[in-house]
Design a protein around this ligand. Structure first.
Ligand code: ASP
Length: 328
């Protein structure tokens, strides 16, 4: 009788556990902008698809084995930071003075814990520094030399300025300076990377990492390291990572606004994302977002010619570069 009772209890607890198991989801982006098929150099498309797929694979491996959403988004973003094709980590764009100053942020939707850094110059993977701020400090947001020092104290891998700098980004800075184009010209701002995930325990997380904008000056900070603007995660709504004209994303509070509309108005994820991106557009900005929800929605929304992006779940992985019209 006693054995039967124990067996029954065991069966019930495993049934309860099975109930909380959600289907995991992962969505990533590698920046939005004037991305057109016609302008893509030979071989570049394949390189970009392969990089996005590697990032999806890294996050999927964690999620499919029951790992957490923060672990997955960090892992996916690290892959894109290491790839010089994207404006984050290695391959970050240059400031007006010819330096690489990087921004990143991460948020855990389960606890709404968050970490962010701005103007960091020596951490190989800035997203892991944001994660350390979230988990190993009492703070949410650290900047510049202080953040560099915290990174060293935490024993994170450091890299010399040469590691981040690429000839292609230097050329873009030269073009920027010679043409005297605005630092806000869309041509110069794609490449920021981000990831959002839902794990099998039903929790969401978001992460974003960037070099910012080519030619940025005066310690300019965009939306990417700002919790609520470029990154937000809340199990009661969704997880969002953005890319685009940072000043507008800050003014609209894009990532938090999308989650708030879902939580307070019951808006559908795609509607909330499209409507908030329309507000960015109405003010004169552009860009895109990726969203996941605890229910398992996976959303892209962008108002540029393209957004490097990808999705993965238990059924497989897919990557895209252009607007749906151009993809066809
Ligand atoms: N949002 C970034 C910034 O304003 C740029 C980007 O998404 O590429 O710094």
């Amino acid at each position: 009788m006693r054995t039967l009772l124990i067996l029954g209890a065991l069966l019930m607890s495993s049934a309860a556990h099975a109930q909380v198991k959600a289907d995991w989801k992962l969505v990533i982006h590698g920046g939005a902008g004037t991305i057109r098929k016609a302008n893509m150099p030979p071989g570049k498309e394949q390189e970009l698809h392969a990089a996005l797929d590697r990032a999806l694979a890294a996050g999927s491996k964690i999620l499919s084995s029951g790992g957490s959403a923060p672990d997955a988004v960090e892992a996916s973003v690290r892959v894109l930071e290491d790839d010089p094709n994207f404006n984050a980590g290695r391959g970050s764009v240059f400031t007006y003075d010819g330096d690489n100053e990087m921004d990143s942020s991460i948020m855990d939707g389960r606890t709404r814990a968050a970490g962010a850094v701005t103007g960091v110059t020596a951490t190989k993977n800035p997203i892991s520094l944001a994660r350390a701020v979230m988990e190993k400090s009492e703070h949410v947001f650290l900047s510049r030399e202080g953040a560099n020092e915290f990174s060293r104290q935490q024993g994170l891998e450091q890299a010399a300025p040469d590691y981040f700098a690429t000839p292609e980004r230097r050329r873009q800075l030269e073009v920027f300076k010679s043409k005297k184009v605005s630092a806000l010209d869309i041509e110069y701002k794609f490449g920021t990377v981000g990831a959002v995930a839902l794990d099998s325990s039903g929790h969401v997380a978001a992460a974003t990492s960037t070099g910012g904008m080519t030619g940025k000056r005066w310690g300019r900070i965009g939306d990417s390291p700002i919790i609520g603007a470029g990154t937000y995660a809340d199990d009661r709504g969704c997880a969002v990572s953005g890319t685009g004209w940072g000043e507008y994303f800050i003014r609209v509070g894009v990532a938090h606004e999308i989650c708030a509309r879902m939580r307070l108005d019951g808006a559908a994820a795609q509607t909330a994302a499209d409507d908030v991106m329309a507000e960015v557009k109405a003010l004169g900005g552009d860009g895109g977002v990726i969203v996941v929800t605890p229910k398992g929605d996976m959303v892209y929304s962008f108002n540029t010619a393209g957004m490097y992006r990808g999705k993965a779940d238990a059924t497989g992985r897919s990557t895209r570069l252009y607007s749906e019209a151009q993809e066809r």
